[in-house]
Ligand binder design. Structure first.
Ligand code: FAD
Length: 406
């Protein structure tokens, strides 16, 4: 019988493998992942796992029984070193060679690292996997100082978790505002206010230049402007880079991710790619994009599974994302880039619940919903529907959310 190999054992793989069975694949399915764990939920790492409310056992994306029932095999703690497309085989770092009929690349992404002086000191961490969290937890301590380098989602979520654990937390962000790469100024202002209300110090427009310490452990974070911050723990969150090297070396087309079509197919008819590593065309926004989110990995994996089975089920889902910080549940529907108008619903300056609607040429393209699950659901429908919206109605709290849909 035929063999489908999936490289990477995380969100995309945990969807792709069972979806293959649903689409009718009756051959062998083998998932190869370099982490030593069965696929687990990554988002809680910076949230409930870091703060100790959840541990590794709570994180499994699917129960072992589901994989067993679907006859899905795993090889964990194992890295794929290269792919030989001419022979339809791949080589593991231990030298073992495996043959495939179909191949799925779910290699995800890894943290962007910095090469500043002192970065090798103990107490300085990145945050991408379960091992990272366990390492960070060893340096957590009530009343101790934590410095977060980078004010993106990971940095801010980590700051909130460490604050909850009783640390003094400072966030250092190079850009003039936090979340600058992904959101509008309104949301940045809001998160800056809530973090300072909670006692987190946020410094923007400041560039970290290095780290000092003694006995091999970090003690200070130094900045380009001469300021320094005491630190018992440093977490660096300055973005991620897609794992495309395997694909690139195998001659697949790579450009800000492994280039795939709307059905997750690469330029090799026997190879698909899905998740953080894949660059796909989005019909709704009419451009190519590489998204870094769980819903993207999951939905794209379904399209990839169908393609492997010779069916066309294009990935057309509306992008969405979430972030949890303190008591704030942010849900983002759609993508806001290119907006020409922002409409605010609710009191974003004094409360912890509001919506920022992003419009382009009179139509809703995105919404940031803070503790507003109803508006989030409605926004998804409004964006997908593509009809013109009335800004004044969106802002009017006397109109119930469900009446905002035409
Ligand atoms: P990944 O999860 O990156 O997994 C890829 C796997 O493949 C990794 O285990 C990698 O080691 C392995 N691999 C790579 N190359 C090889 C190889 N050659 N051989 C073997 N194995 C290989 N998303 C949200 O939507 N909401 C959130 O709130 C959110 N919070 C997050 C918080 C944190 C701390 C982090 C780190 C991420 C968060 N994300 C969140 C992003 C989300 O986790 C990712 O988008 C998602 O994990 C992508 O899944 P993936 O399967 O594409 O890749």
């Amino acid at each position: 019988s035929k063999t489908c190999i999936i490289i990477g054992a995380s969100h995309a793989a945990a969807q792709l493998a069972p979806s293959l069975r649903q689409e009718g694949w009756d051959g062998k399915i083998l998932v190869i992942g370099d982490e030593p764990y069965m696929p687990y939920h990554r988002p809680p790492l910076s949230k409930a796992v870091l703060s100790g409310e959840k541990d590794a056992d709570d994180l499994l994306i699917r129960a072992q029984a589901l994989y067993d029932k679907n006859d899905i095999e795993f090889k964990l703690g194992t890295r794929v070193a290269n792919i030989n497309r001419a022979h339809k085989s791949l080589t593991l770092t231990n030298g073992e060679v495996l043959n495939y009929d179909k191949l799925a690349l779910c290699t995800g992404s890894r943290v962007r690292t910095v090469s500043l002086p002192g970065v090798e000191l103990e107490g300085i961490h990145y945050l991408r996997d379960l091992k990272d969290v366990h390492d960070i937890q060893k340096d957590v301590g009530e009343g101790k100082n934590a410095v977060i380098v980078g004010g993106g989602y990971i940095g801010l979520e980590t700051a909130a978790s460490l604050k909850k654990m009783g640390m003094n937390v400072t966030v250092l962000e190079m850009a003039p505002r936090v979340l600058a790469r992904v959101t509008a100024p309104e949301l940045s202002e809001f998160y800056t206010r809530v973090h300072s209300d909670e006692g987190v110090v946020i410094k923007t427009g400041i560039a970290v230049s290095g780290f000092d310490g003694s006995n091999g452990h970090v003690e200070k974070v130094t900045c380009g402007d001469g300021t320094a911050f005491d630190a018992d723990l440093v977490v660096i969150g300055v973005g991620i880079v897609p794992n495309v090297e395997l694909a690139e070396a195998a001659g697949l087309t790579v450009e800000n991710g492994i280039v795939v079509d709307e059905c997750a197919r690469t330029n090799d008819p026997d190879i698909v790619a899905a998740g953080d590593c894949a660059n796909h065309p989005n019909e709704l926004y009419n451009e190519r994009m590489r998204l870094e989110s769980v819903p993207n990995a999951t939905e794209q994996a379904k399209a990839a599974a169908a393609s492997i089975c010779g069916k066309e089920k294009p990935y057309q889902a509306l992008p969405w994302f979430w972030s949890d910080q303190f008591d704030l549940k942010l849900q983002i529907a759609g993508l806001s880039q290119g907006y020409d108008q922002v409409v605010i619903r609710g009191d974003k300056d004094n409360s912890r619940s509001f919506v920022a609607f992003y419009l382009k040429e009179g139509k809703l393209i995105s919404a940031d919903c803070v503790n507003r699950p109803q508006e989030f659901m409605i926004s998804k429908r409004l964006i997908a529907g593509g009809a013109a919206v009335e800004p004044a109605r969106l802002a009017d709290e006397s109109i119930p959310p469900k009446e905002l849909v035409p």
